[in-house]
Design a protein around this ligand. Sequence first.
Ligand code: 13P
Length: 340
Amino acid sequence: MNRSELEAVAAAMVARDKGLLAADESTGTIKKRFDQIHVESTEEQRRTYRELLFTTPGIAQWISGVIMFDETIRQKTRDGVPFPQYLTKLGIVPGIKVDEGAKPLAQFPGETITEGLDGLRERLIDYHRLGARFAKWRAVIDIGEGIPSRFAIEANAHALARYAALCQEQDIVPIVEPEVLMDGAHTLERCEQVTDAVLSTVFDQLAAHRIYLEGMILKPNMVIAGKKSPVRSSPEQVATATIRCLKRHVPAAVPGIAFLSGGQTPAEATTHLSLMNRSKGLPWQLSFSYGRALQDAALAAWSGKSANFSAGQKEFHKWARLNGMARSGGFQPGMEQQAA
Ligand code: 13P
């Protein structure tokens, strides 16, 4: 493990005014996104769409790294440049999703365990050779009646820590992503309780697995009411509760926290990030690692038509820039109406 290399990559990932683009949708997930815009999910359409994102003019000003899927990291631009090389040249760090998805946890109805540890060392060696310098593993915790169980939280935290240790062994910065879903009808208070328990267990396991905290990035959910909850959370409540929760559990040695958007609208996710970045004296960088919040508008503008390629890029650039502004608290709701 090369500690200074891990630190340098982690610092670049959460550099000022920038954040990560999560473009690591699995073949199943990207099909769902394409279905919404009535585009057939062929390998060439997926390549074209990822090329649209990665070749957006000026994007390196706001995007520090890109998380890719196994298929994507092996694809090339129209001009034949492998995507990881293309991104590296722009100063954007290439990353790779290495988990194999959340599968039903046997004996625990309604709960999942993320798979993908078998053979992971060999896959990491291969991804490093392809140019990846960071990786992502997503654990999923759902809130419902009687769930999450303590066992599911512990099993998922254990797997996250085993993944993180293998990454660091191979000089790859692990993004540790324990996502508490916002799909349920739960209150913000319940989300905070569960996120408290999850982060506390995750950092216990990371310590037990001897993770070098300076060489990792945390990718958590924000603390927010479930989408089906009748009580909406105000942006101030989300920002306050999220920071309170992170302060309790995330050691100051961790260089950065990059949030997932998790089904918030792009404007909501950007507003929350901006508010949190107005807090003074936080020990870590607060950044973004959004999938949907950065891509929704771009996907809709593109709609699979080559004539709309640059319209799609314009939308991606707009949301990357607004989130770049949110990194220093400079985004205000409504700015998205004027921004080009
Ligand atoms: P969303 O921002 O769409 O939640 O995706 C981020 C991600 O990478 C989830 O693993």
